[in-house]
Design a protein around this ligand. Structure first.
Ligand SMILES: Cc1cc2nc3c(=O)[nH]c(=O)nc-3n(C[C@H](O)[C@H](O)[C@H](O)COP(=O)(O)OP(=O)(O)OC[C@H]3O[C@@H](n4cnc5c(N)ncnc54)[C@H](O)[C@@H]3O)c2cc1C
Length: 414
């Protein structure tokens, strides 16, 4: 007779791997099977934090999560499994953690590969069966058990935890198909759009600054009203803007891109620590240097950024800056403090770190993550309509959701 597994976990990403550890710790590991469609588990995890894995964030709180009803929905999971619990969990599997700037937590060794290795080694030690190249294509109830179809084979389980992720980063396993199993059960999904993603803008001036990084405040205006703002590192690219400051507000761009209503403008303050007044008097003082336009801002801004800003303000690179009028100086000041770029859209799911949108939260119990369509099915991680800010919040959701789903599925205290 075919084995009936106690727990089948679909998806060997962050949430699925953690859920497998939790289930195996609470029940017996030989009753747990992890099914992953890719040849290896944890491909996306390896790419997190540019290969260093920003495991969690000490400031994880409901307000950092988005989606319809997400802030209220994530509360029980964050209370049951706060960032400190994530740190203790990782230390229990052998990953020593360190808290860095803005509450971001990383493995001390700065290797995402080590985080994955420690999770895999723990699963091996607990006796969990991991099956790769095993895409689950169907899930149905047969009496007391759930039957999964993976690669033509039938797998029976008493409880199923769906951790199939989202549509972001297809090169790392993301796919719109991630939602197919819950949708087949009767679940609905909200519109999907990319978040934590690079932004495409008008490139008339931007292209000349390609590859340059600077600290800036990025503000988004929708039809003239401020809708998002963040200060941090900005990167100019071939297609527009990127870097942490842009990633942090890119959800607004993704949402606008799917609606296509009105205009969205990004305004860059390229000297956020200097006020407009201070800047104007600095520029007046710099006129004493008697430089050409091409070097007027050299020493104040990155040289290439300075030259581009001058061009945008209508100041020629060969102009004698000692002769600039007050009106020209004000224009230059405005170009530095409010450099305007028409937003075109995002770089799509291909460039995105996370999917905004997902399985509707009112169809899942927030305390257990149990599906309202089958008492033995649980949904966790990015497949749900929950996306966090940039900075470790998404992995925190993966671990915390895995924890409460596993506690509920096993009826145990882990
Ligand atoms: C480049 C990049 C960097 C990132 N950096 C960070 C960071 O530093 N910190 C942070 O907090 N977040 C980061 N994120 C986001 C974070 O990685 C995700 O939010 C998180 O991995 C989601 O976990 P998950 O388990 O829900 O989904 P995933 O990690 O996407 O895992 C889902 C898994 O399910 C498998 N699967 C899908 N369908 C099936 C099926 N039918 N059958 C079997 N298997 C299936 C997939 O192949 C995949 O392995 C980053 C994302 C990217 C792309």
């Amino acid at each position: 007779m075919a084995k009936i597994w106690e727990y089948a976990i679909v998806g060997g990403g962050a949430a699925g791997l953690a859920a497998a550890v939790f289930c195996a710790r609470s029940a017996a590991g030989d009753g747990v099977i992890l099914l992953e469609k890719a040849p290896r588990v944890g491909k996306k995890l390896l790419a997190t934090g540019n290969g260093t894995c920003n495991i969690t964030n000490m400031y994880a709180a409901p307000a950092r999560y988005h989606g319809k009803g997400a802030a209220a929905f994530v509360q029980s999971a964050l209370e049951a499994f706060p960032p400190s619990a994530a740190i203790s969990f990782f230390e229990s599997v052998g990953v020593q953690c360190v808290v860095r700037d803005n509450g971001r937590v990383y493995p001390l060794c700065e290797q995402a590969g080590a985080v994955l290795d420690c999770l895999r080694l723990t699963l091996d030690a607990l006796g969990v069966t991991q099956r790769c190249d095993a895409a689950v294509t169907a899930l149905r109830r047969r009496g007391d058990t759930l039957v999964l179809t993976a690669g033509g084979e039938e797998i029976q389980a008493r409880r199923v935890l769906i951790a199939t992720g989202g549509a972001a980063a297809p090169a790392l396993g993301g796919s719109a198909e991630s939602y197919a199993l819950p949708v087949a059960l009767g679940h609905h999904k909200t519109p999907l759009f990319p978040s934590i993603v690079q932004v495409r803008t008008d490139t008339t001036f931007v292209r000349a600054m390609k590859g340059l990084r600077t600290d800036a405040t990025v503000t988004l205006y929708h039809n003239g009203s401020l809708v998002a703002q963040h200060t941090g590192e900005l990167l100019f690219t071939e297609y527009g803007i990127s870097g942490p400051a842009v990633m942090q507000i890119s959800r607004t761009v993704g949402d606008w891109e799917r609606r296509k209503q009105g205009t969205l403008t990004a305004v860059l303050d390229l000297l956020p620590t200097v006020s407009g007044e201070e800047l104007l008097s600095l520029l007046k003082k710099r006129q004493e240097l008697s430089r050409r336009g091409e070097d007027f801002l050299t020493g104040l801004l990155n040289k290439r950024i300075g030259q581009t800003v001058c061009r945008a303000a209508g100041i020629g690179l060969q102009d004698d800056t000692a002769l600039l009028s007050d009106e020209q100086l004000s224009r230059l000041c405005a170009a530095i403090k409010s450099f305007e770029l028409a937003v075109i859209g995002t770089q799509g799911f291909g460039g995105a770190q996370v999917t905004a949108g997902g399985i509707c939260l009112d169809e899942v119990d927030p305390h257990t993550l149990r599906s309202r369509f089958d008492r033995d099915v649980y949904l966790l991680g990015e497949v749900l309509d929950v996306d966090g800010d940039c900075g470790g919040f998404n992995l925190q959701w993966a671990w915390a959701s895995a924890y409460i789903a596993a506690c509920a599925a096993t009826g145990g205290n882990i």
